[in-house]
Design a protein around this ligand. Sequence first.
Ligand code: SF4
Ligand code: SF4
Length: 292
Amino acid sequence: MIISVASGKGGTGKTTVAVNLALTLEGNLPVQLLDCDVEEPNAHLFLNPVFETTEKVTLPVPVVDESRCNSCGRCGEVCAFHAIIVLGGRVITFPELCHGCGGCSRFCTTGAISEEAKEIGLIESGHSGEIAFIQGKMNIGTPLAPPVIRAVKDKIIDHGTNGVVIIDAPPGTSCPVVASVKDSDFCILVTEPTPFGLNDLTLAIGMVRELGIPFGVVINRSGLGNEDLVGYCEREEIPILLEIPFDRRYAACYARGGRLIEEFPELKAAFRGLWRKIHALARTGEPDQALL
Ligand code: SF4
Ligand code: SF4
């Protein structure tokens, strides 16, 4: 089962939920945690994994052999990203804008374009206890998160009905989030009970509905804001899977990279309840497995 954890905006506790759900399942099921927040991966701060492998993520970008180019301009016409243009009879490339689609080389009229690999990020794989941990890191200055996210997701191990993959998605609702969340069996949307939280949650709900993924809401810092969020979920018949109360001890634990479920037994029980609800709502239709 693939469970993604998303939020309409940053700072809502998305990583807290992803990490503590993984820790709850550890030892009961094979668990993989994928940190797809490739601009700012931070799940490792809570899990302290031992990394065993590091791999480069590359994109094929065009290289032009000027001696074979007749300045026909076809490459510039096919590139939707303006990463290659013909100006004053010369072809100019902008590798930082290139999405590596291969269109320009395919349609080049003289075969003047070849491709070379440009490094855009890294994938680090390892373990934290029994949790298989993978994180992606985009190179600074690279605007393309989705290819790095896809490379992280290529590391998903199919354990059939027995394993759980937890994806910590980037914040927001843009392309990197869609790349992270799509193909999930269930999506947890983490939010907080404030007007801003409700506004961002509605955007995130629009995204998962568009993708056709079953979802539910986790309210973090419950009790801090107002009841509008709960009322909204009730009206929309959106399941509230878990409410994590606002508690300064929890905030302090998070701030020093601590593990909530290990320090606060009441939260361990709460995360077990979260898993049971997800299991019941996910689209896998799997038979009961290790319900905690
Ligand atoms: S590979 Fe695709 S995105 Fe890159 S320059 Fe060529 S057409 Fe544009
Ligand atoms: S399509 Fe090929 S031949 Fe035409 S301008 Fe581009 S690189 Fe030159």
